[in-house]
Design a protein around this ligand. Structure first.
Ligand SMILES: NC(=O)c1ccc[n+]([C@@H]2O[C@H](COP(=O)([O-])OP(=O)(O)OC[C@H]3O[C@@H](n4cnc5c(N)ncnc54)[C@H](O)[C@@H]3O)[C@@H](O)[C@H]2O)c1
Ligand SMILES: O=c1ccn([C@@H]2O[C@H](COP(=O)(O)OP(=O)(O)O[C@H]3O[C@H](CO)[C@@H](O)[C@H](O)[C@H]3O)[C@@H](O)[C@H]2O)c(=O)[nH]1
Length: 444
């Protein structure tokens, strides 16, 4: 098939490259000419393992191209995939300006029948509204498809080439059949639904996963008070097939460009039809507070006095294997520390540059290496579970810190890792370790 993908963010780029990998001819379009120049120079604007190599192969083999010329991409394609951003508005609703604009541009460029597919996450009813908008700008025939995307950053290629399922929301059976054919090589689990249900499946899935995370974080908070270990609890729960083991990692709460925005948007979608989504409101509230456990633990070890302390931060991205810092919990944690007179030293193996631009010059000491960050710090907080941190020599780390205080926001270390160290160690939902395993202390 000839496919035009509009928008070269995570979703547009990864799905464009993967459709090319399946043997289709793909033109990826962006209205940011710097992105297109980078892509045409063989660079990839985002950090995503394996993407650069896969893009290069498909370009070399003539199946993948990048352009800022939306019209010519539309003219030469049978399927148009809209993958532009739908970021949150201040009230939590999805901002549909980009997708409206992209739809109009596509309509104005149309020269013949097209299948117009929406991969962006959009509120229920948006596909129908976009179809009306398109009809106002063209008299050429088209069919609408809702094709929600479920990839995760950091494992986006694997998620796209081997998805758990493909959801195709369609009114027209012929267009649905073409989309089924396109995705057949990826999975047997292709579910065709009506358009509104497809739109809802995306929000419901993200909201459910966010609920699992807030649930386990609350269990972790209770574990801390009753002396249980949340990692063992989650493990024990996960064997129940009805529960499953995934998304039960307690930590500092979820971040990223999707869960925070999509949970807020779903609360708004419900509110717009006069339904208060109480459960999801609580999920968001729990998540918002969870990150501050790191601060509460720091306050406890420093007897409430943070002013003038040097705190090292390991990990800025909202999860490992991405340089995306959108809605990363690290942002608020660091801002709080800076606002309360803490000298913050921060490091991330990949996301440092995206993060730096969000802070004032001189607010934070940015470091290029993990141990250098910890040097002479009064405490170290681990906020993203990058592989690199798990393999650090803890005796070496203890030596460079001014005080051996480690707040592990992601439960990276195990009790046995701390044997022979003098760390005062706080993690999430597990017994605190005071001076290695020598003394277990009551939890905060
Ligand atoms: N990031 C993810 O992991 C992920 C996963 C699943 C679904 N989604 C959803 O997919 C959508 C895209 O997310 P993203 O993170 O890739 O977005 P993004 O904001 O990173 O990228 C969007 C791109 O679209 C371009 N763009 C905007 N308007 C355009 C236009 N008129 N013509 C051409 N290009 C245009 C922008 O320049 C930008 O490069 C969102 O709705 C998001 O919720 C994201
Ligand atoms: O057990 C867990 C799992 C995840 N997280 C956190 O949850 C956030 C999101 O993680 P993840 O879901 O792996 O990454 P995303 O790339 O944001 O992917 C989510 O959001 C995408 C955008 O909608 C969807 O496509 C994906 O299916 C959905 O998993 C991160 O901050 C993680 O640290 C936890 O705290 N505990």
């Amino acid at each position: 098939m000839n496919i035009a993908v509009i928008g070269t963010g995570y979703v547009g780029l990864v799905s464009g490259v993967c459709y090319a990998e399946l043997g289709n001819h793909v033109i990826c379009v962006d209205n940011d000419p710097r992105k297109i120049d980078m892509l045409n120079d063989g660079e990839i604007p985002i950090y995503e393992p394996g993407l650069k190599e896969l893009a290069a192969t498909n370009r070399e083999e003539g199946r993948l191209a990048f352009t800022a010329d939306l019209s010519s991409a539309v003219i030469h394609s049978d399927i148009i995939i809209l993958a532009v951003g739908t970021p949150p508005l201040p009230n939590g609703e999805a901002n549909l300006d980009y997708i409206n604009q992209a739809a109009i541009e596509v309509a104005e460029a149309m020269n013949s029948y097209k299948i117009i597919t929406v991969k962006s996450t959009v509120p229920v009813g948006t596909n129908e509204r976009l179809a009306q908008l398109i009809r106002l700008h063209t008299n050429k025939p088209f069919d609408s498809i809702s094709l929600p995307e479920f990839l995760r950053e950091g494992s986006a290629i694997q998620d796209t080439l081997k998805p758990d399922r493909i959801i195709i929301g369609a009114e027209c059976q012929r267009a649905a059949a073409i989309m089924v054919e396109l995705h057949k090589p990826l999975t047997e689990n292709i579910v065709v639904t009506d358009i509104r249900s497809a739109e809802m499946i995306k929000y419901a899935s993200n909201a459910f996963l966010a609920t699992k995370i807030s649930f386990i974080n609350e269990i972790a908070n209770i574990c801390e008070k009753v002396g249980a270990d949340v990692t063992q609890v989650a493990d024990g729960m996960g064997y129940d097939k009805r529960i499953g083991p995934s998304f039960l990692k307690a930590g500092i709460g979820y971040g990223g460009s999707c869960f925070p925005k999509d949970t807020s948007a779903l609360i708004q979608i419900a509110g717009n039809v006069d339904y208060e989504f109480k459960l999801l409101r609580s999920v968001v509230e729990v998540n918002q507070d969870q990150r501050f456990n790191v601060i509460r633990k720091l306050k406890t070890v420093f007897d409430g006095e943070l002013q003038g302390k040097v705190v090292a931060i390991w990990g800025l991205a909202f999860k490992p294997n991405t340089d995306d810092v959108r809605d990363s919990p690290a942002l608020e944690i660091i801002q709080y520390l800076v606002d309360h007179g803490v000298i913050v030293k921060a490091y991330d193996p990949v996301a440092l540059h995206s993060f730096q631009s969000l802070f004032g010059i001189g607010d934070v000491i940015w470091c290029n290496e993990a141990l250098e960050t910890a040097q002479d710090a009064d405490a170290l907080c681990l906020l993203t579970e990058w592989e690199e941190f798990a393999s650090v020599d803890l005796l070496e780390l203890q030596k460079v810190l001014k005080q051996p205080i480690l707040i592990d926001g992601r439960n990276v270390f195990k009790e046995e890792d701390l044997i022979d160290t003098d760390f005062i160690y706080y993690s999430v939902g597990r017994p605190n370790l005071n001076q290695g395993v020598k003394q277990k202390v009551p939890v905060l």
